[in-house]
Ligand binder design. Structure first.
Ligand code: BGC
Length: 744
C-alpha cells in the first residue's frame, strides 16, 4: 500500500490535481492508478472524446433520470436511493470511480438558472433526497460528490460573487442539508463551490472545509474543487481542499512544492491531502469490474416510474383528469413533440432513448389524438401556429396544452431575469381557452414559472423536466395509469416581486446579501401571511385522503414521534405524502411559523387505512445560537402539525420538549432580564425584588427595581450601568457580588 511517506514531494503534490479534464494522476512507479470523476448528477456524463464542463461535447449514452427538481417532488428518499443504485451501476459499467452529484443547494430564488439541478427550497427535503441518492450510488462501490459546498445559490457571477450570509441563516438553511447528507450517508467526496462566502472563496475557506465539514460533522472523505474553482492552490490546500480539478498542467503542483520548500506550507498538510487521494483510489479499487452491458430497458422503466412519481397535479377542477378513455384530444404545444427533459450545462446527459408525450399519447389513444405545435421555441411564426392550434382546439373534446421554458431561457451558467413563460405561449393559452375551456396545461420547466392563467384553466400539471421517460410518464398521469402523488418542493409565487430574495438577487459588485435571512421559500410566505399561487408541499391526487387525530410524544432519544392514521377515502389506489411541520410556541429568536421536520410517502389502497409514524429528530428542532456558536434546542411546548401541504394542515398536536442548557457567564453587560433568567441567581433576585416591592408597597423607596412598570422599561439595561445611577436600588459592590455568585 502506497503512503505519502513512500512518495517524493513532487509526487505527492502531483496527486492533488487532475491529469486531464476527468481523471486524477497515476504514479506508475508507486503503483497508484488514476481514477475518473465525471458528471452527474441525474445520469452519467462520461465524455469519450473531447471534454468540457459545459455539456457541449457528446458523452456515452446513459439513462437520463429526472433531474433533482423533479425528484424532489417525490418527497421519497427511498425512491431517490433506487435512482442512486442505477446511477452507481451505470458508473461502474463505465469504470467511473466518482459521479459528480448530488447537488443540493437551496433554491433561494426561483430565478437561479440551475434550480432544475437542485432539490428544494427546504433543507430537510434537500438533505433527505440527497442522502438517498448518495446511499444508492455508493452501495455499488462508486463514490458520490456532494455539491456545491456551499451557499452557491445563483449562477450570475458564480465564480467570483460573495454570498454574504449571517451565521444563523448559513447553519439553519444553507448548510443543514449538507450536514444531514454528510452525517447520514458519508459521501466519498464533497465538491466545494465556485463562489465566496462572506468574502472568502469556498475553495480557500478553512472554516468551511475543515472546521465545519471535518471537525464538526466528522467528514472523512476527500474535498474536490468545482471545475476551475481554485484561485490560490496553496491557500486552498491549507484550507482543506484536497484535489484540484480539472488540471493545471503541473503549474499549481509546482506552487505547492515551492511553498513546502519555502516553509510557507507545512508538508504534513500536503501529506494529509495526498493520503485522502490515495484513500479514494483504494476505495474505488475495491469495486470489482462490472461487465455490462447496461440493462437499458430496466433503467428506462425506472426513469419512467420516477418521472411519474415526480409529476405534481396542481389543479383539477371538475375531475377533468384523468382523461376519460373515449374523449378526443387536441395535443397542442411543441414540447409534446420535442420534449425538454433536462437542463443545459454540465449535467447534460446523452440519453439512451427519449419518449415524447405525443408518441405515448398516440400509443394509447390512436387517432383520437391530433397535434398542433402551437408555437416554436424561438417564437417564430407565432400567429400562423396559434391560429392552426385554435382551430384544432375547437374541434376536440379536450385540449392538452404543453407549455414550458425553452432551453435558451434556463440553464447552468446564467439566471433568469423574470418568472414568466414566453409571451407566445401566454397568448396561446388565452386563445385556446377562449374556444375550448376544457384545457389542461402541462408544464415543462426546471424551476417555477408564474401562472397568470391559473384561474382560467381547469387543470394544471407541473411536469418539470422529467428525464428521458418524461413523455410516457406524463401520459401515464394524464390517462390515470399512474395516480399522481408529487408535491411541490418549491413554492409557486404569484409574482417575482413576492419572492424572498427579490431586491437582493443576484447582488452587485461581487456581493449578494442574503437579506431575507432564514425566511426562504414557504418560511417567508408564511411569516408574511402572503397569498401564493400554489404552496410548498401542495399536490393533488385522483383519490382523496383523510387524516386521523395525530399524537406526538418524545421518545428516549429526545426525538418526537408523530403517529396518525391516513385513510384513502376515494375509489383509486393512491399515494399520500404526509408532512410534519413543527414550531416552538415561544422562542428567543425569530422563527418561521412552521418548518418541515418530517415527511413520508405512503401508499394506501382505495378504501384502506394506514397507520403512519414519523420521527422528528431532536437536532432538527434546534436553532443556531450565535452567542455560543452551536445549535440549541429550546425547551417548552412545540406545535406539531400534520399536513397535506404547508397550507393544508390536517391536525395539530402539542408536545413538551426539554431544552438544551445554555449557560452564559453573567457579566456587567448582562441585562436585568438575563439576570432574572439565570438559573442560580435569577430566582434569588426575583425573590428579593418581590420582597422589596412588598416592603415599599409600590413607593419609590425600593429604587427603580421595586417598580414593575419601570422594570419593564429597564428590561435590557446592563446591570453594570445601574450602579452608576442613583435610586436604582443596587450599588457596584452588589453588582460584583451578583456576578460572582452567578459564575461560581
Ligand atoms: C459544475 C459542476 C460540474 C463540473 C464538471 C462545473 O461547471 O458547476 O457541477 O460537476 O463543472 O463538469
Amino acid at each position: 500500500m502506497t503512503t505519502p511517506e513512500n512518495l517524493s514531494l513532487e509526487q505527492k503534490a502531483s496527486l492533488t490535481s487532475g491529469a486531464d479534464f476527468w481523471t486524477t494522476k497515476a504514479i506508475d512507479s508507486a503503483g497508484v492508478p488514476s481514477l475518473m470523476l465525471t458528471d452527474g448528477p441525474h445520469g452519467l456524463r462520461k465524455q469519450a472524446e473531447a471534454s468540457d464542463h459545459l455539456g457541449l461535447n457528446a458523452s456515452v449514452p446513459a439513462t437520463c433520470f429526472p433531474p433533482a427538481a423533479a425528484l424532489g417532488s417525490t418527497f421519497d428518499p427511498e425512491l431517490a436511493e433506487r435512482v442512486g443504485v442505477a446511477l452507481g451501476i451505470e458508473s461502474a459499467i463505465e469504470d467511473v470511480a466518482v459521479i459528480l452529484g448530488p447537488g443540493i443547494n437551496i433554491k433561494r430564488s426561483p430565478l437561479c438558472g440551475r434550480n432544475f439541478e437542485y432539490v428544494s427550497e427546504d433543507p430537510l427535503l434537500s438533505g433527505g433526497i440527497g442522502a438517498g441518492l448518495v446511499r444508492g450510488i455508493q452501495s455499488q462501490g462508486v463514490g458520490s460528490s456532494l455539491k456545491h459546498f456551499a451557499a452557491n445559490n445563483q449562477e450570475d457571477d458564480r465564480m467570483r460573487s460573495s454570498s454574504d450570509v449571517d451565521p444563523r441563516t448559513l447553519r439553519e438553511i444553507y448548510l443543514r442539508g449538507f450536514e444531514r447528507v454528510v452525517k447520514d450517508a458519508q459521501p466519498w467526496t464533497v465538491m466545494c463551490s465556485y463562489n465566496r462566502i462572506n468574502g472568502v472563496y469556498a475553495s480557500e475557506d478553512p472554516w468551511l472545509l475543515t472546521q465545519v465539514l471535518r471537525d464538526e460533522w466528522g467528514f472523512d472523505g476527500l474535498v474536490v474543487s468545482d471545475w476551475g474553482a481554485v484561485e490560490d492552490r496553496v491557500a486552498a490546500l491549507a484550507a482543506g481542499l484536497d484535489l484540484e480539478m480539472p488540471y493545471s498542467g503541473g503549474e499549481t503542483d509546482a506552487e505547492i512544492v515551492a511553498a513546502v520548500r519555502g516553509g510557507r506550507l507545512a508538508e504534513d498538510v500536503l501529506d494529509t491531502a495526498a493520503q485522502r487521494v490515495l484513500d479514494l483510489v483504494a476505495k474505488a479499487q475495491e469495486r470489482p469490474p462490472v461487465p455490462g452491458p447496461l440493462d437499458v430497458d430496466a433503467h428506462h422503466a425506472l426513469a419512467r416510474e420516477v418521472a411519474g412519481r415526480s409529476i405534481v397535479l396542481l389543479k383539477n377542477e371538475g375531475a377533468l383528469l384523468p382523461l376519460a378513455s373515449e374523449v378526443s384530444v387536441a395535443v397542442i404545444g411543441e414540447f409534446a413533440r420535442t420534449p425538454r427533459y433536462q437542463g443545459g450545462g454540465s449535467s447534460h446527459i446523452n440519453p439512451t432513448r427519449i419518449d415524447t408525450a405525443l408518441d405515448a399519447f398516440r400509443d394509447v389513444a390512436g387517432n383520437r389524438v391530433a397535434f398542433a405545435p402551437g408555437f416554436t421555441f424561438n417564437g417564430a411564426d407565432a400567429e400562423a401556429l396559434r391560429d392552426e392550434a385554435v382551430v384544432l382546439a375547437a374541434q376536440r373534446d379536450v385540449v392538452v396544452l404543453f407549455l414550458g421554458l425553452p432551453d435558451a431561457e434556463e440553464s447552468e451558467g446564467f439566471d433568469r431575469a423574470h418568472l414568466d413563460l414566453p409571451a407566445v405561449q401566454r397568448e396561446l393559452v388565452d386563445a385556446v381557452v377562449a374556444v375550448n375551456p376544457r384545457t389542461i396545461v402541462v408544464l415543462s420547466n426546471g424551476a417555477v414559472v408564474t401562472l397568470p392563467f391559473a384561474e382560467k384553466v381547469p387543470a394544471i400539471v407541473e411536469a418539470w423536466l422529467l428525464g428521458q421517460a418524461g413523455g410516457s410518464a406524463t401520459v401515464d398521469v394524464l390517462t390515470g395509469a399512474v395516480n399522481p402523488s408529487g408535491r411541490l418542493a418549491e413554492t409557486i409565487p404569484h409574482r417575482l416581486e413576492d419572492t424572498p430574495a427579490f431586491g437582493s438577487f443576484p447582488g452587485s459588485f461581487g456581493h449578494v446579501r442574503y437579506s431575507e435571512g432564514i425566511f426562504v421559500g414557504y418560511r417567508w410566505y408564511d411569516a408574511r401571511r402572503m397569498e401564493v399561487a400554489f404552496p410548498f408541499g401542495h399536490g393533488l391526487s385522483y383519490t382523496t385522503f383523510s387524516y386521523g387525530e395525530p399524537t406526538a410524544a418524545v421518545n428516549a432519544d429526545g426525538d418526537i414521534v408523530v403517529s396518525l392514521a391516513v385513510a384513502n377515502t376515494g375509489s383509486r389506489d393512491g399515494r399520500e405524502i404526509v408532512q410534519v411541520y413543527v414550531a416552538p410556541e415561544a422562542s428567543a429568536v425569530e422563527r418561521a411559523p412552521r418548518e418541515l421536520k418530517a415527511f413520508v410517502s405512503v401508499e394506501v389502497p382505495a378504501g384502506s387505512m394506514r397507520e403512519v409514524e414519523l420521527v422528528v429528530r431532536r437536532e432538527d428542532l434546534a436553532y443556531w445560537d450565535i452567542r455560543v456558536d452551536r445549535f440549541v434546542v429550546e425547551g417548552g411546548s412545540y406545535r406539531v402539525e400534520v399536513a397535506a401541504s404547508s397550507r393544508d394542515i390536517r391536525g395539530t398536536a402539542f408536545v413538551e420538549v426539554g431544552g438544551d442548557e445554555v449557560r452564559l457567564p453573567l457579566t456587567a453587560h448582562s441585562s436585568i432580564t438575563e439576570v432574572l433568567a439565570h438559573p442560580v441567581v435569577g430566582p434569588v433576585v426575583a425573590q428579593q425584588l418581590a420582597a422589596m416591592r412588598e416592603q415599599a408597597d409600590g413607593a419609590m423607596d425600593a429604587g427603580i427595581m421595586g417598580d414593575e412598570a419601570i422594570m419593564k422599561m429597564m428590561a435590557s439595561f446592563p446591570i453594570g450601568r445601574m450602579a452608576g445611577f442613583p435610586g436604582m436600588g443596587i450599588d457596584r459592590a452588589q453588582v460584583d457580588q451578583l456576578i460572582a455568585a452567578a459564575n461560581a
